[in-house]
Design a protein around this ligand. Structure first.
Ligand SMILES: [Zn+2]
Length: 372
């Protein structure tokens, strides 16, 4: 039995807000937290629960490219080193050997493959549903292959409309409703890629559990997300790229370009609106493809720039996200996964995303600076 001594962002049980307490926390032989003994005189390091990345693609290299097994391993290590100790992948292909279940890497909650329609997402990545009526069966089958999550692509440019092409929903609401019901029936929650405003009403009506990007959510819909407990993963690093997407679409797709440019221009106000509405914000880097791995700090720095205090960002990105994923934080019985600092990281975001050590199942790893 090991014992840690110092300042812990501790709580007695899951789904409860932690607070800073000094004392000693034991770690059991099988790598879980044991008992905590408060001790106001305890001196030592500071311990936070690990960060989450709920939108992270390990195994995707450059856009549309599949990483080699070595690259995939390096991606997972880079994520761990910036303090990400739990991942929901948000859509992936097969994992390279040695990634899933590796005790030296963050545990990964799989969402199965992206589900889209032909020509309505990046090539190679999704399962393309040819017949709309197959959606429920495809979602149920991904639910069986995943770890309790299914990822659908709710909108994408529809190039079949030529110069009028815009971001448009992929699915009629009724079929979406049947698909989500089928995933729920199979025991999974459903999250959706949604950039546009047009896709949101249908998702809410169809019973979506979680929204990725969410850049088109309006104020009324944000209130509804807050009220119904539907979190949003704002992926601000990805939204920062919308003006580039607009420029690339340029002359050929002016309507789409305008949609993307408008959302890019309003991105700061939009993020503040989601926060003010009380939506639960989930940390997601969308790394793999457009974004490098190991850079959660860059995503969260944009949250801070958006007006959220560092303490609250740390809450959103650690225990609140961990509760949402069901992976526990610093409490008895949870996996002994933690971040370790020699001084108090709780109001310094830059420090918080550079832990001196990280631990998985009680085993500590020294961290490396991310490779830029
Ligand atoms: Zn993604």
């Amino acid at each position: 039995m090991k014992q840690l001594s110092g300042n812990f962002y501790y709580r007695k049980q899951a789904n409860q807000a932690p607070s800073w307490v000094r004392g000693q926390l034991t770690i059991t032989e099988d790598g879980h937290f044991g008992t905590f003994k408060a001790d106001a005189t305890a001196d030592g390091d500071y311990f936070l629960p690990g960060f989450c990345d709920v939108h992270c693609h390990i195994g995707f290299a450059a856009v549309g490219q599949i990483a080699t097994p070595q690259e995939a391993l390096a991606q997972a290590e880079a994520d761990r080193d910036c303090g990400i100790l739990a991942i929901r992948d948000c859509g992936n292909l097969e994992y390279a050997p040695g990634i899933l279940g590796n005790p030296a890497l963050p545990p990964i909650i799989r969402c199965g493959r992206h589900i889209a329609r032909p020509k309505r997402y990046m090539r190679l990545l999704p399962i393309d549903v040819e017949n709309l009526s197959d959606l429920p069966q495809v979602m149920a089958s991904q639910a069986q292959k995943s770890d309790g999550w299914v990822k659908i692509v709710a909108d994408w440019i529809d190039r079949s409309n030529g110069a009028d092409s815009d971001l448009d929903p992929l699915w009629p609401t009724e079929i979406l409703q049947e698909g989500i019901a089928a995933a729920h029936e199979a025991g999974a929650r459903v999250t959706a890629h949604a950039f546009s405003h047009k896709a949101i009403a249908g998702l809410l009506e169809a019973g979506i559990d979680c929204i990725e990007h969410g850049s088109g959510i309006d104020a009324e819909q944000a209130q509804e997300c807050a009220r119904r407990g539907i979190p949003v993963t704002p992926t601000l690093l990805q939204v920062e790229l919308f003006n580039q997407f607009a420029a690339q679409a340029g002359q050929k797709y002016p309507v789409y370009a305008e949609t993307m440019r408008k959302m890019w221009e309003g991105r700061r106000e939009h993020f503040a609106m989601l926060y003010d509405a009380g939506v639960q914000l989930l940390p997601g880097t969308d790394s793999g493809g457009y974004q490098p791995h190991g850079e959660l700090g860059r995503e969260l720095a944009l949250w801070e720039r958006g007006g959220i205090p560092a303490r609250e960002i740390i809450d959103f990105a650690t225990w609140r996200a961990r509760d949402y994923l069901g992976v526990g934080a610093l409490e008895p019985g949870a996996r002994a996964d933690y971040l370790r600092y020699s001084s108090d990281p709780s109001s310094d975001l830059e420090m918080a995303v550079k832990p001196e050590k990280v631990a998985l199942l009680g085993r500590e790893f020294a961290t490396k600076a991310p490779v830029s």
